[in-house]
Design a protein around this ligand. Structure first.
Ligand SMILES: Nc1ncnc2c1ncn2[C@@H]1O[C@H](COP(=O)(O)OP(=O)(O)OP(=O)(O)O)[C@@H](O)[C@H]1O
Ligand SMILES: [Mg+2]
Length: 270
C-alpha cells in the first residue's frame, strides 16, 4: 500500500477510500486483571489523510490516555490501532507526539537545533542531514536562523514552536498534540493555532489535537470527536465543513461554528 501522490488538504482518504488511521474498538486502562482501572472502553474512530481532527472532552475523561494508546506507549486491553495498513504495537515512526509541557520536553543543555536534530540520530540520519532537517523544520515554524539559541533564551510560544518543529523534522505522517497551547497567553495561542493550520495545508500532515477548549477544537478541525462517559467513548462526531481557510474572527462568527459549539457544550453538560 502506498500513499497516493499529491496529498493535499481535503484528500481525506486514498482513492480506494481507506483511512490513514483506524482505531478499532479499543479499550485502555491502567493496571492488570481485577486491579485494572478502565479509562477508555470500546472506542472507535477513523482519521483520513491530511485530516485535522480535534478530540474534545472534559478534564480527566481520558484524553491523554487515548493519545498514549495512539502513540503506542500504552498497550490496548482490547481492539487495535492501524496506521497506513499496519498494526501499531509500540512507538511508531509514522506517529509523532507534541506534549503539553514543552518546558520539560526540550533539553535545556542543547540548542534548539540540537533539540530538533537529536531524535533523528535514533533513525540513523547522518549529522549534516540532521542539521539540514532541523533548519528546515525551524523555518516551517517561523524560527528561521534561531537554531543556536537555547530553549531557555526563548519565550513560551517560541519553545512550543520548537517542540512542533522537532515533531515535524521526524517526518511523521500523523502528529498527535496534547493540549499543545495550554500554557501560553491568548494571542500566542491564536498564533500557534494558525501556525498548525498553515502547516497542515503546506505539508499535508495529519493532525490529531486534544483539547478541553471547545472553541479551539472547532476552529482547528475538519472533524471534532467528542469523548465522554466513564469509561470514555466517542459520543459525537461533528464535521465542521470549513475547508482549509480559517480566520480567528470570521470563522468563529460562522453559523456552523456556533451550531457546533452549542451541540458540543450541550453534549458535555449531560
Ligand atoms: N499512569 C496512570 N496510572 C493510573 N491512572 C492513571 C494514570 N494516568 C492517568 N490515570 C487516570 O486516568 C484518568 C484519565 O486521565 P487522563 O490524563 O487521560 O485524562 P485527561 O482527559 O487527559 O485529563 P486533563 O483534561 O486533565 O488533561 C484519570 O482518572 C487519571 O487519574
Ligand atoms: Mg490530559
Amino acid at each position: 500500500m502506498t500513499i497516493p501522490d499529491g496529498i493535499h488538504t481535503g484528500t481525506l482518504t486514498t482513492t480506494s477510500g481507506e483511512a490513514l488511521l483506524v482505531v478499532d474498538h479499543i479499550s485502555l486502562g491502567y493496571g492488570e486483571g481485577a486491579d485494572e482501572k478502565r479509562i477508555i472502553q470500546d472506542l472507535s474512530l477513523e482519521v483520513g489523510y491530511s485530516e485535522f481532527v480535534s478530540i474534545v472532552g472534559p478534564s480527566g475523561v481520558g484524553k491523554t490516555t487515548l493519545l498514549k494508546g495512539l502513540s503506542g506507549l500504552l498497550k490496548p486491553k482490547a481492539g487495535e490501532i492501524v496506521i497506513h495498513g499496519e498494526k501499531v504495537t509500540g512507538p511508531h515512526p509514522d506517529i509523532g507526539v507534541v506534549f503539553q509541557d514543552y518546558s520539560r520536553s526540550l533539553l535545556p543543555w542543547m540548542t534548539t537545533r540540537e533539540n530538533i536534530a537529536f531524535p533523528l540520530q535514533g533513525k540513523g540520519v547522518g549529522k549534516a542531514e540532521r542539521n539540514r532537517k532541523a533548519e528546515e523544520a525551524l523555518t516551517a515554524v517561523g524560527l528561521e536562523g534561531q537554531g543556536d539559541k537555547y530553549p531557555w533564551e526563548m519565550s513560551g510560544g517560541m519553545q512550543q514552536r520548537v517542540a512542533i518543529a522537532r515533531a515535524l523534522a521526524y517526518n511523521s505522517k500523523v502528529l498527535l498534540m496534547d493540549e499543545p497551547f495550554a500554557s501560553v497567553d491568548a494571542q500566542t495561542r491564536f498564533d500557534l493555532e494558525d501556525l498548525v493550520i498553515d502547516l497542515r495545508e503546506k505539508l499535508g500532515v495529519t493532525i490529531m489535537l486534544v483539547t478541553h477548549d471547545v472553541d479551539e477544537a472547532i476552529y482547528l478541525a475538519d472533524k471534532v470527536i467528542v469523548i465522554a462517559e466513564k469509561p470514555a467513548t466517542v459520543v459525537d462526531v461533528i464535521e465542521t465543513g470549513f475547508g482549509t481557510h480559517r480566520d480567528q474572527v470570521e470563522t468563529k462568527a460562522d453559523p456552523r461554528f456556533q451550531d457546533a459549539r452549542g451541540r458540543i457544550l450541550t453534549r458535555l453538560r449531560k
